[in-house]
Design a binder for this molecule. Sequence first.
Ligand code: FEO
Length: 398
Amino acid sequence: MFKKVKNNVYWVGKIDWELEWFHGHDYSINKGSSQNAYLIREEKTVLVDTVWAPHKNEFVDNLKKEIDLKDIDYIIAQHGEVDHSGSLEAIVSEIPDVPIYCTANCVKSLVGQYHHPEWNFHVVKTGDELDIGNGKKLQFIEMRMLHWPDSMATFMTGDNILFSMDVFGQHYAVEEMFDDKANNCDMWSEAMKYFANIIHTFAPMCKMKMSELDKMNLPIELICPSHGAIWRSQIPEIIKAYKDWSDNYQENQITVIYDTMWDGTKKLAHRIAQTLKKESPDSVVKIYNISQFDKNDIMTEVFKSKAIAVGSPTVAQNMLSSVGGWMEFLKECRFKGKKAAVFGCYGWSGEACDILSKHLTESGFEVIETQAKCNWNPDEENFEAADKLAKDLVATCK
Ligand code: FEO
């Protein structure tokens, strides 16, 4: 089914209400998602991206209901990742000479994944244009590292549409298509989760790209991302959000994150959270058990935080594997300008606190020296150490 976006531009993607995970099992999908592809029908017919391979038959059948595939003059492949390139083979097998416009890196990723070096690739870079008739052009903008080296966006003149690829996207299923029709609370929280978990790793490049977009002074009337709702009523807002989010973003929040074996570290976590709230009543204080809460949602909470306290008991001279796996993910996100503290119980050797501290430092956090390290179950002296940790963490944020 085609859905009209504006004039001769149609949404032809897949709304995936059943999707639960993305990037393998690295990103949780809680409100569905979409793979947005678009069809432009000016004097030239242009397909902008495709959908993930499991939906390729449905995608091709839908296109064939409305057009003859032979009518497609150009394909724009803005990014090689499979959620957008997964139906290319099915399309190109029927129209093998169709020109595919993409970046040089995208040729590498598409050939590497689909093994068709004979496809009719046309390499483009920022500033290149493609005339699509009726006085309209497609202008290409490389979006290197947002979030792959091959990513690009495309601006359509005349209708003033920015096809932004993953940037400004949300893993969020919305049949109504536009931001003003969507549940804004869900949409914005998913936009932030997407940024924190996928885009933030490349925040410095994002900051530069937002500044470059400003200088281009494009008269953007619609932003059509590759996932979630199309932005038409909050374009300055989402661009400003991307600028803010890519600039060492933090809110007045402190988050306690832990896992526990026999509840000792849990008791410390809750005491730390209580004292944080007492010492900093204006701060939002949240507490999450890594094993019981969505790891991507916890990462979004870290993104919002000015400081975090991370706890793990010592097991086999290490931290718990649930905490260790999450810490590796935390390192990938490359947050900056945030404070941290560590705590945890142990029975015999007690290495976890120092290991946590080392990982957090390597992940870009400023870790305070005060630790709440408890031998066996916490007693009053240990709770006082937890209080001191909370007080010192609040003090270092001032
Ligand atoms: Fe939505 Fe990077 O793929």
